[in-house]
Design a protein. Structure first.
Length: 435
């Protein structure tokens, strides 16, 4: 159950980081109830205001809470893998204050009641905020368009068939036509399904392991087709989890041509490559699959030059029964809420992005793309905050993660960047018990 927000809280001795305004300075921030009421460099240098509870940040970074635009929350229907509560706890531990779920639940989120259920359940739990996309086609079957207008009125932020591509070109054209006339966002899983019948990236390693490959062309062909359809319709189009060099280049050229196109990638695709599969390691079985090193480097370049707009966790919890199987039979997907921030910070540590530039990809950018009042440090906005130490090292141990499922591709990896405190609507939701 949600806990009432505290009265006044003064965050002192903080490195304020706001990608939206370019702020990077030591200072303080004051919240009252659910909102930020004041922030400034040097604020509280002479002491906190009378009557405010003081949180001394000790020089740590204070930034907008992360906005994760691609998560599979599994509720309703598969609560044994994840629930709003367990995902909320994992999000809070990772500094994520807003999550956007995919519609591939059971039942599918393809009517108003399902959209309203998500909002109601999230309010009751009172951890990270939960929003949802809705199905683009009824039942995610790729044939008949869902009631998109009604779903938007109910609160759906965008329209997608989740982990399925909208493969029928005529269906996609109708969807984009409708979306263009109402300025709605369509999100595509760009993978041609008749090509994507394997279990890992095509190439020498798949051959050596005796595993069926998924060619890079599955992503490339779908993106090339969709760019033509976007050009015909003028719609807003977003490509999810881009993973190939050619895919990044297609988006780059579409933007240069003036198309209303955006894309995201996940930490898996800029921090890992197909070598993670190793000796049939099923935690590294992802969709799209981990690619070769040249593709990984191209994704990093796409992030650095602004071609890729957003980093999303692509959180896909799978239980032990579906992951601890022979590689061919294991389910696709990896969890990512608790590792989103530290793996994103690798881009800073390796010199690819500034700290503000990296944070922008997980705060302001996804919030603006989806029209959310989030991702900024500004007076009057909800006090959704994360305090973190960007240099603190830790080891990812999947079994200790707060998600119900433990399938982290980063299991055993050393990372830097540790969340100290997460605040949602003025309430501290991490560490547990601090609200």
């Amino acid at each position: 159950m949600a806990i009432d927000a505290p009265g006044r809280v003064a965050y002192v001795n903080a490195r304020l980081l706001d990608p939206a305004s370019g702020l990077d300075a030591m200072g303080g921030l004051l919240t009252e109830g659910e909102h930020i009421v004041h922030l400034a460099p040097g604020l509280f240098a002479d002491g906190a205001p009378v009557g405010a509870r003081v949180v001394d940040c000790g020089g740590a970074c204070l930034a907008p809470g992360l906005v994760d635009m691609r998560t599979q929350l599994r509720e309703p229907g598969q609560e044994h893998k994840e629930s709003f509560k367990s995902a909320g706890r994992a999000a809070a531990a990772g500094g994520v204050t807003s999550m956007v779920g995919l519609p591939n639940t059971n039942p599918v989120i393809d009517d108003e009641a399902a959209v309203e259920f998500v909002a109601r359940r999230a309010r009751l739990i009172g951890l990270a905020k939960v929003f949802t996309t809705a199905a683009a086609t009824k039942g995610l079957e790729g044939q008949e368009l869902a009631e998109i207008g009604l779903l938007r009125e109910a609160g759906a932020l965008a329209f997608t068939d989740g982990i399925k591509a909208i493969a029928d070109a005529q269906v996609m054209r109708r969807l984009l036509d409708y979306a263009a006339s109402h300025d709605l966002l369509v999100i595509q899983h760009p993978e041609e399904p008749t090509l994507a019948t394997g279990v890992m990236n095509s190439g020498e390693m798949a051959t050596r392991l005796g595993l069926r490959g998924i060619p890079r062309e599955a992503e490339i062909i779908m993106l090339e087709r969709d760019m033509r359809l976007v050009g015909m319709t003028g719609a807003r189009y977003h490509a999810a989890h881009v993973s190939t060099a050619d895919g990044v280049d297609i988006i780059r050229k579409a933007k240069a041509a003036g198309l209303r196109v955006t894309c995201d990638t996940a930490p898996f695709y800029f921090a890992l490559n197909e070598l993670e599969v190793g000796d049939y390691r099923t935690f590294a079985k992802l969709s799209p699959p981990l690619r070769g090193e040249a593709d990984r480097q191209a994704v990093v370049e796409g992030l650095a030059d602004g071609t890729i707009d957003v980093i999303a966790s692509d959180h896909c919890p799978q239980d032990a029964d579906t992951k601890r199987l022979p590689y061919n039979l294991a389910a696709f997907g990896g969890i990512g809420l608790e590792t989103l921030l530290p793996v994103t910070l690798r881009l800073v540590q390796h010199g690819h992005l500034s700290l503000l530039g990296a944070l922008d990809l997980v705060t302001r950018a996804p919030a603006d793309l989806l029209g959310l009042e989030a991702g900024r440090l500004r007076t009057g906005v909800p006090a959704d905050l994360v305090i973190f130490d960007p240099d603190a090292p830790w080891k990812v141990v999947a079994d200790t993660m707060r998600s119900k499922s433990k399938n982290s591709p980063f299991d055993g990896h050393l990372v830097q960047g540790k969340v100290i405190r997460t605040v949602v609507d003025g309430r501290a939701v991490f560490p547990e018990g601090t609200a």
